[in-house]
Design a protein around this ligand. Sequence first.
Ligand SMILES: C[C@H](O)[C@@H](O)[C@@H](O)C(=O)COP(=O)(O)O
Ligand SMILES: [Zn+2]
Length: 215
Amino acid sequence: MERTRLAREIIDTCLEMTRLGLNQGTAGNISVRYRDGMLITPTGIPYERLTEESIVFVDGDGRPEEGKLPSSEWRFHQVVYQTRPEANAVVHNHAVHSTAVSILNRPIPAIHYMIAAAGGNSIPCAPYATFGTRALSEHVAVAMRDRKATLLQHHGLITCEENLEKALWLAQEVEVLAKLYLTTLAITDPVPVLSDDEIAVVLEKFKSYGLRVES
Ligand SMILES: C[C@H](O)[C@@H](O)[C@@H](O)C(=O)COP(=O)(O)O
Ligand SMILES: [Zn+2]
């Protein structure tokens, strides 16, 4: 029952991600931590065709349940759960502005205090590696060691959080930051940024702010 409920939440989050304009086609994938592994979307299936039975369990050794093909990116989802013990949900998409910044191969700097929602003063950009490879998951492990979000060079975005709602919310916040960054870059480069001291103040305030940005 718990598994069916989590599978439904994954599908609803996928559909919401598309509805918010953060993704297109069969791009992107979503998982939740489950038992010693995770429940994750299958590879290459449009979200609107997913049923609870389509969601795949991948165990802690990376073995998918029989007869099902997990997302090609199960490795980087696994690495995020290993790297960030507080994370229970991982969202990946190809949101347009986030992906555009990733093509420039730049981190998003502290252009707005909401950068702190990802845990620090920037959102890194993990180096390019072919999708689905161990090399890509190794880059993700480094980038997300002290952040809850990273861009993937020439690819897209990953976020993690304690639940699906927060992971999707963070993906939307990063997309807004990416759009702001591109908008300001068109006028000036480098773009003015907030100081590390100010980001430290915001990180402290977020610990007790609302329900959505506490870590
Ligand atoms: C080629 C894939 O679309 C790749 O970009 C992957 O990262 C992705 O976003 C969706 O792959 P899956 O359908 O295998 O989850
Ligand atoms: Zn992708």
